[in-house]
Design a protein around this ligand. Sequence first.
Ligand SMILES: *Cc1c(COP(=O)(O)O)cnc(C)c1O
Length: 367
Amino acid sequence: MNAVDFHALANPGVAGLAPYQPGKPVEELERELGIADAVKLASNENPLGPPPAVRALLAEARIDPARYPDGNGFRLKRALAERLGIAMERITLGNGSNDVLDLVARVFLQPGRSAVFSEHAFAVYPIVTRAAGAEAIVTPARDYGHDLEAMRAAIRPDTRVVFLANPNNPTGTWLDAASLEAFLASVPPDVIVVLDEAYVEYVELPDYPDSLPWLDRHPNLVVTRTFSKVYGLAGLRVGYALSSAPVADLLNRVRQPFNVNALALEAAVLALEDEAHVRRSVALNREGMQFWERRFTEMGLSWIPSIGNFVTVDLGRPAAPVHQALLREGVIVRPVAAYGLPNHLRISIGLPEENARAAAALQKVLA
Ligand SMILES: *Cc1c(COP(=O)(O)O)cnc(C)c1O
């Protein structure tokens, strides 16, 4: 019997993809090392977890799992619409914002079309682009960040989508309001610009853009956000896109009818209400970032300044062995060689005690 070569049967863009490498689960490392106190600073999760109302929802199991969720996500969309001052018909919900990125690719990309994104950009952009059979045009980074001039110049007649992350993961680099506004004005109106704002709630910079008013001026703009980061719901999977109504209509046509589950919808509504939890999380992140910058300085390491809830440090030597040594110390951080950064490690900002332990372990394994 001849074995079927399924690889050869796959769509060409799919066969060439490397699978996304998620952060190692804490339980897995604890099992391997026979310890119970591993520290995971690898996936940019909120170390405070979700707000108390979500913990109560989960403890009380208030959702009937036999019932389909609201396929339109009415209550969550209404809450977002009120909070953001945008019409409900311009919101598309996703099973995480990664789902929304995939919807954009499925609507606008196919063989013979292309998408533009930067070197070191978020790993999901190449995945959704190639999975849709489109060509990925990758522009060189400038100081680790997006080079908007190079990205504008890379747009071809067959380009349908540009992906921008502000800030970008894993570099933490950002684009200011003036540069982004000029970019949007320069992009042909028939090219979709995805502005991925997964970390927007963490940002405290004065020149960071408020992108929502741009949605009215640029019907080709799609802003994506998530409940996975500051809201502490990464495990429940909820994200959303804000766009013009015609674009939202198209995204909703390819969306699976019940892509966001009932528990996630309910938790997101509750999380959105707890502004104090967001403020606490942002303050903790600010202090944690200052701690890491201080410790990097003491260790003689340089890092890429970040406005997210993570920081990417330059070890000045291959990071893979350091990553392995940290695992043996019970500390999980993220290697970023797959992003073209083989000498860097990305560290998510944790609780003070987690940061202290991880920094001590890093100092030890570097010595
Ligand atoms: C974490 C992250 C997301 C969020 O993904 P979800 O699917 O919403 O969990 C999106 N974009 C970037 C750049 C991220 O780092």
